[in-house]
Design a protein around this ligand. Structure first.
Ligand code: NAD
Length: 508
């Protein structure tokens, strides 16, 4: 498979419209870096509003035929895409690591999670089945169907350049909608590899399109009359803006935002399991996951022994170039690394105890990379910025709580409600927690409870704006409109004409 940056280290990364690469007309470009070296690896086209109009037009031209394509035909394309994605996982993972920095095994893992949504979408004939009620009234039948919306936009963040688009795209396409994907301009290449796979799978031209860009492109998608729905994933301020703007323009919107995920550890928990989980979920992908654990709530007297075990594990973490044998890669940009590092000073100034300082870590990578090792704070309190802000980096904060009730109150007071976990051997406490906690996704002795593809992914409170969660049956409902038909056929039996009656009486 050809990687778009193979031929030349600094080639412009083009859009993908009407089934092929397209340079667009805008002269604005963005710079893409290899975060493990700090070097520029490519330039990406940044679309103008006129470019977005072109791409939406290509999608609109494909809409009528794709809507009419039979379920068998759509499912066949989905099956072929699923096979191609599985065969090309390594190439997509390599593109992710080159632009995002996460270690290769983690990049392959994200492709696998996206692939599972494609597998779910292969079952679209079953998922789109409606209901049928024979003789709802005498000789009168009622049935329901789900129909596509038209062109839909998917706007995705930098931290999962393959998985997050794949949360939406296979289901939207399987439901009969053309898609315009606006990936993050920081790591845009994976989306083009995926576009090539759709084409190879036999998807008609114009059904899947990629437009690269920044706020200008996003704003045009949010306003465009021919874009019927928007699935957005990113930070909370942008998610709120996208939700408000796109709904004002009459669109259906699901906007998934940021997070502050708490892991509550009760005194009876298996502390080795909890320590492993805290390290994996706190520092995997350099903490740049919306489901990363960033606040560890230790219910006393568990804090001291738990911190001891976490420190032991942190000492063995290898930080470096994701193409080598490392556990954790660099951060996405130098600016983001510096912002995350500034929280280490802010935490100390606010009175937290910096138990492990990520700035001291040995690095197995080039000097120019955007490095910051994993950090651990103890004695963090709820008013400190290291607790209130989404840091989105490898910084884990321990908050000590006196009781289960205090821990629960802390989680529920937080503005975010994406994911949370409880570690305990007490089934009753776990059951109480899953019922009482105000968070969309809950793990019991599982730190990153990302639902499998046949459930749906989504947070509560400031972690999601809109009604529908991503993928699963919520995804099918989001990308379709329901219609109910009430039908009578003369000639089908006694009373088949109804007769004259001015009353509104459904019980006949
Ligand atoms: P971001 O909000 O900066 O960018 C997301 C998308 O919005 C990108 O495509 C970007 O080009 C665009 N964008 C950025 N600023 C914009 C603006 N002012 N107007 C219009 N569009 C704009 O997010 P990011 O830094 O790429 O990703 C990290 C964030 O995403 C974190 O907050 C993380 O928690 C969140 N995230 C959430 C989930 C979830 O499922 N809830 C999943 C992944 C990431």
């Amino acid at each position: 498979m050809n990687h778009p940056t193979d031929q030349n280290a600094r080639i412009t990364i083009p859009h993908w419209a009407g089934g092929k690469p397209w340079d667009g007309t805008s002269t604005r470009t963005g710079t893409v870096h290899d975060p493990a070296t700090g070097e520029v690896s490519g330039t990406v086209a940044l679309a103008s509003a006129a470019d977005v109009d072109e791409v939406v037009a290509a999608a609109s031209r494909a809409a009528a035929d794709w809507r009419r394509a039979s379920l068998t035909k759509r499912a066949a394309v989905l099956f072929r895409f699923r096979e191609l994605l599985a065969q090309n996982t390594d190439d997509v993972a390599a593109a992710i690591t080159a632009e995002h920095g996460k270690v290769l095994s983690d990049a392959a893992g994200e492709v696998q999670r996206g692939l599972e949504v494609a597998e779910f979408a292969c079952g679209i004939p079953h998922l789109l089945k409606g209901g049928f009620s024979e003789n709802a009234s005498t000789n009168l039948d009622v049935y329901s169907l789900r129909q596509p919306l038209g062109v839909v936009a998917v706007i995705s963040p930098f931290n999962f350049p393959a998985m997050v688009p794949l949360w939406f795209v296979p289901i939207a396409i399987a439901c009969g909608n053309p898609v315009v994907l606006k990936p993050s301009e920081k790591d845009p290449s994976a989306s083009l590899l995926i576009a090539r796979l759709w084409a190879e799978a036999g998807l008609p031209e114009g059904v899947f399109n990629v437009v690269h860009g920044d706020k200008e492109a996003v704003d045009r998608l949010l306003e465009h009359d021919d874009v019927k729905a928007v699935s957005f994933v990113g930070s909370t301020p942008v998610a709120r803006y996208v939700y408000e703007t796109a709904t004002r323009h009459g669109k259906r919107v699901q906007a998934l935002g940021g997070a502050k995920n708490h892991m509550v550890v009760l005194p009876d928990a298996d502390l080795d399991l909890a320590a492993d989980a805290a390290v994996n979920a706190g520092f995997g992908s350099a903490g740049e996951r919306c489901m990363a654990i960033s606040a560890l709530v230790a219910v006393e007297p568990v804090a001291d022994p738990l911190i001891h075990k976490i420190r032991e594990r942190m000492a063995g973490l290898r930080v470096g170039d994701g193409r080598r044998s490392c556990d954790m890669g660099p951060l996405i940009t130098a600016e983001h690394r510096d912002r995350v590092a500034s929280y280490l000073d802010a935490g100390v100034a606010a009175g937290a105890e910096l138990v492990v300082d990520g700035r001291q870590y040995p690095i197995d990578g080039a000097d120019g990379g955007f490095w910051l090792g994993p950090s651990l704070f103890d004695r963090v309190t709820p008013e400190m910025s290291i607790y209130t802000d989404e840091i989105f980096g490898p910084v884990l904060s321990v908050v000590r709580a006196d009781s289960y009730d205090d821990a629960l109150e802390l989680v529920n007071r937080n503005q975010y409600g994406n994911g949370t976990a409880i570690f305990t051997n007490d089934g009753g406490a776990a059951r109480r927690f899953q019922s009482e906690v105000e968070v969309g996704m809950v793990g019991v002795n599982v730190p990153i409870p990302v639902p499998v593809a046949y459930y749906s992914f989504g947070g509560w409170k400031s972690s999601l704006f809109g009604d529908s969660h991503a993928y699963g049956t919520d995804g099918v409902h989001f990308f379709t409109r329901s219609k109910v038909v009430t039908s009578r056929w003369p000639g089908s039996g006694a009373g088949d004409r109804g007769g004259v009656s001015l009353s509104f009486n459904p019980t006949r």
